[in-house]
Design a protein around this ligand. Structure first.
Ligand code: GLP
Length: 243
């Protein structure tokens, strides 16, 4: 585990974007595993800026996203499909057919999850997986208690996650979908490199618990301590509880 300390959100975003750029430059046809949430928005913004300057080329890149709400149409403004198009895909030269997210509108969970795992397998796995972290230590939508050995699966979101995500749904918990399809911990651990971004005082406790506490399914992100190539980029506030 490598920890990179950034000063603030902007610095964290630039450092993470630098690591992703290096991956794309070293292997133009790489498979990037991408994440949603508020944290990576600045990272995507920086990648778009470098693309606009001509420093980055996504024409050969393939992406697989971590997760998607189950039952939400793609066109919904808060679907992860919409999020990714708004923040990255519509702004760079990635090929539409190279973009993959679980299909939240396929209500046959078993079929959708098996199909998504098969896509990742056929792509030869993920080169670099970007992650955020939930306040309870979830990664993707792998909530506390999630089995470490699962591939893509359907999950019921915890009350804490629904509460945290209601800000995207007019502040109304009733509008937040209650289930999602997510890559499992096994899928995430199989990525050749894992890069996590975390910022703000709200993440300081969970960062300490996940990466300086015991490895346990109760804190899903803690398993990343065992990943052979895991980089954590923290701003000063998220790193505040580390020695
Ligand atoms: C969601 C996403 C996660 C993300 C988490 C934290 O639940 N499924 O991938 O890491 O929220 O989000 P934020 O970065 O907004 O704190």
């Amino acid at each position: 585990m490598k920890i990179i300390r950034a000063t603030d959100y902007y610095d964290m975003s630039r450092k993470a974007a630098n690591i992703i750029s290096a991956q794309v430059i070293m292997k133009p046809n790489c498979v990037l595993g991408l994440a949603t949430g508020g944290t990576p928005v600045g990272t995507y913004k920086q990648l778009v800026e470098w693309y606009n300057k001509g420093d980055l080329d996504f024409s050969e890149v393939t992406t697989v996203n971590l997760d998607e709400y189950r039952g939400l149409p793609r066109e919904h403004p808060e679907s992860y499909w919409s999020f990714m198009h708004k923040n990255l895909f519509d702004l760079v030269n990635i090929r539409p057919e190279a973009i993959h997210l679980p299909d939240g509108t396929n209500m046959d969970s078993a079929a959708e999850c098996a199909h998504y795992d098969e896509i990742i397998r056929q792509l030869g796995g993920v080169d670099l997986q970007l992650l955020g972290i939930g306040h309870d230590g979830h990664i993707g939508f792998n909530e506390p208690g999630a089995a470490f050995e699962l591939g893509t699966h359907c999950v019921s979101l915890t009350e804490e996650t629904i509460e945290a995500n209601k800000r995207f749904f007019d502040g109304d918990v009733n509008q937040v979908p209650k289930q999602a399809y997510t890559m499992g911990i096994k899928t995430i651990m199989q990525a050749r490199k894992v890069l996590m971004v975390a910022n703000g005082t709200g993440k300081a406790d969970i960062v300490k618990k996940a990466f300086f506490g015991p490895v346990t399914p109760e804190v899903p992100a803690s398993i990343l301590q065992m990943h052979p190539d895991f980089t954590l980029v923290l701003d000063a506030e998220a790193a505040a509880r580390l020695d």
